[in-house]
Design a protein around this ligand. Sequence first.
Ligand code: DC
Length: 231
Amino acid sequence: MQTPANQSSVPVLTIDGPSGSGKGTISRIVAQRLGWHYLDSGALYRAVGIAASWADLDLSDPSALVRCTFDTNIGFRDDPSGEPRVIVNGQDATDELRTETAGGAASAIAAIPEVRAALKDRQRAFRQLPGLVADGRDMGTVIFPDAGHKVFLTASADERAERRHKQLKDKGVSVTLDGLLREILARDARDANRAVAPLRPADGAVRIDTTGLGIEDVVAQVLDVMSRPAG
Ligand code: DC
């Protein structure tokens, strides 16, 4: 990665939205097409959640979780097929990070202001030339408020539950659609109602509702946003 003298001159596209809105898939493809770096900020929260559960920490003990946030080593590398792998304290934790349990732990620790503060610099360090696509909940509002382009992806809760159901089924994991829908709605409520950095569209973000749209349709809409002058 190349670090310019002035990091704020590096272009950033933020893609925020609730779980299941397609952020991860779309952000990765857009980053590839642009030849930019990619930040999966949710993976950082998930990694800290997993490290905390490995260490048997109490998820309601902020000081232990902040210490855990600083102590957890998180690395990203692409496997030969180009799939990003997440390495937590030297262990490939990619599959464990994708579970609903890890998502729930991430959402719980993400509500702690000190944990969010402890992850700020790590996220901003991804801003490297030639540019960054940053995927999360508060990329456009808190972490990169000066980003030139901002997108907010949504989709109906039913469709998000169905997408997640299909993904899990493809992986051989059996869960009920109803249960998933309940978990998604609970996570949405927690992420949108927390006191710090709640999930909401950034000022000036372009909203794209992905309900009923295919991946390429959404990618095309995001690339169209990128073709507009930076705000
Ligand atoms: O995007 P994801 O599902 O991997 O994120 C997991 C949880 O982490 C999500 O429920 C909320 C939290 N999160 C956050 O609070 N802020 C971010 N920028 C990214 C994720």
